[in-house]
Design a protein around this ligand. Structure first.
Ligand code: HEM
Length: 426
């Protein structure tokens, strides 16, 4: 957040940003059906996983009629259409694995409506976090206690586990999102008590997000994630299997490069970084900024607008308010821990199976089970296309760097550097 001394007249509110007080960034009550005209899409979308497994998805999509998008009217209709068309697109592109993509062109009957729906929503024509997680759920029972996915991809229960746990992480963050107006308005007014209260809510949400993230270890099987699911989340940018991108037939002759679906496209941590004054390094900052192009525009605008608010970090530093300082430091410390937990997840779900597959290949053996299907080109890369571990560790370390100088928990190397700097002048 930038420093700014003038106090705007209108209090900050989440109203303009499509953030629900109950569900945060999650789309409330997603539709489960489109008007009957769109049955040819929905019949295929609900069976993507089976059709890929029987290698018949491409031929089904090739025979699909070209439908007009003019009967899609509400935001929720467009979101369901985007989810359905994106799942079909991922299945179409990756049905034959990494070897079978070089010549792929997305057929007109899929490419044209997908392009139009994407343009109406301000989302890119590829599967995003906003599709697979935020708009891909429904209540299974009338009492709403069980949730299920609307549209799935190959990988069985692990796909369900992966998308559902990510959804639960989004829900765990809702109290923190709800406290953003109190936090921003508190800084504007110079009200240390109100800001400390809001930071304590953020701190608790970050802990709840950490606890929820652990569920991945229960509900997702690493070899299924690595060997089967991952390719269907992958995009056609920075991906050696599709170096030139994907041609959207009927849209234009040039291939288009787009990153795959990743929770790096979740708006949560982007907002928390802005609030807490975390500054990312150039390369990782550019990657994260690019991920914002994959978010619903209203959520992207929230992140942008938070950057224009007076700096919370400067406020805390200037306030000499013990509870406020503690709450701020705790938030950063939990955000660092959340990122460290996530690095462990990535180690278990990507680095370990990738290492095993590489070892077997170097011994001239073919990995068995789901690992035999793992895409080799993605070994060192995330589905969003990043070089994984360096990126994630840099992002985590820069979060740590945002801690306040003089904090008792400042890392040792920084203390040493400060000591050297201050003793020079003596
Ligand atoms: C099997 C589970 C997961 C794996 C293997 C995984 C993997 C990755 C990878 C490789 C990246 C680097 C960016 C890219 O290229 O996509 C990334 C980024 C990221 N992921 Fe995950 N992820 C998992 C689950 C989650 C969940 C459940 C969340 C929580 C919502 C999450 C949040 C993030 C965030 C926020 C980033 C951006 C980096 C940051 O801000 O620290 N991930 N993830």
């Amino acid at each position: 957040m930038a420093s700014c001394s003038t106090e705007p007249k209108v209090p900050f509110s989440l109203e303009p940003y499509h953030v629900s007080t109950e569900l945060g960034f999650v789309l409330p009550a997603p539709l489960v059906e489109l008007p009957g005209y769109y049955r040819p899409w929905m019949e295929i979308a609900f069976q993507v996983s089976d059709l890929v497994q029987s290698h018949t998805l491409r031929s089904r999509i090739d025979k699909m009629p070209l439908l007009s998008t003019e009967y899609l009217q509400s935001h929720r209709e467009l979101r369901l259409a985007h989810l359905a068309l994106s799942a079909m697109t991922m299945g179409y592109v990756w049905q034959e694995g990494e070897e079978g993509t070089i010549q792929v062109t997305l057929p007109r009957t899929l490419a044209v409506p997908f392009w139009e729906v994407s343009r109406s929503l301000g989302l890119p024509p590829i599967l995003t976090h906003a599709d697979a997680v935020l708009a891909n759920w429904r209540k299974k029972d009338l009492d709403g206690r069980n949730l299920e996915l609307l549209v799935s991809l190959p990988g069985g229960d692990s796909v369900r586990g992966f998308f559902m746990v990510t959804l639960l992480v989004e829900l765990a963050a809702v109290p923190a999102l709800r406290s953003i107006p109190a936090l921003v308005n508190g800084v504007r007014r110079g009200d240390g008590e109100a800001v400390a209260d809001a930071l304590e809510v953020l701190q608790q949400s970050l802990q709840d997000m950490r606890d929820t993230l652990k569920l991945l270890h229960v509900y997702v099987e690493p070899s299924i994630f690595y060997g089967i699911m991952r390719i269907y989340l992958s995009g056609w940018r920075d991906n050696p299997c599709m170096p030139r991108g994907l041609v959207y037939e009927g849209v234009g002759p040039e291939p288009v490069e787009l990153s795959g679906g990743s929770a790096a496209q979740s708006s949560l941590l982007h907002c928390f970084d802005r609030l807490l004054g975390v500054q990312h390094e150039t390369d990782s900052g550019l990657f994260l900024a690019r991920m914002r192009d994959y978010m619903p525009p209203a959520h992207r605008r929230l992140i942008q607008d938070l950057s224009g608010e007076p700096s919370l970090r400067d406020f805390v530093q200037g306030a000499s308010h013990a509870r406020l300082g503690r709450a701020f430091e705790q938030c950063l410390s939990r955000l660092v821990s959340l990122r460290s937990d996530h690095i462990n997840v990535v180690g278990r779900f990507i680095s370990v199976p990738a290492g095993r597959a590489r070892r077997l290949r170097s011994q001239g053996r073919t990995p068995g089970g789901p690992l035999s299907q793992a895409p080799v080109a993605l070994e060192e890369r995330g589905t969003g296309g990043s070089g994984i571990m360096t990126f994630l560790k840099t992002v985590r370390d820069r979060t740590r760097d945002a801690r306040l100088l003089g904090s008792s928990e400042v890392p040792e190397d920084l203390n040493t550097a400060m000591h050297k700097a201050t003793s020079k002048g003596r």
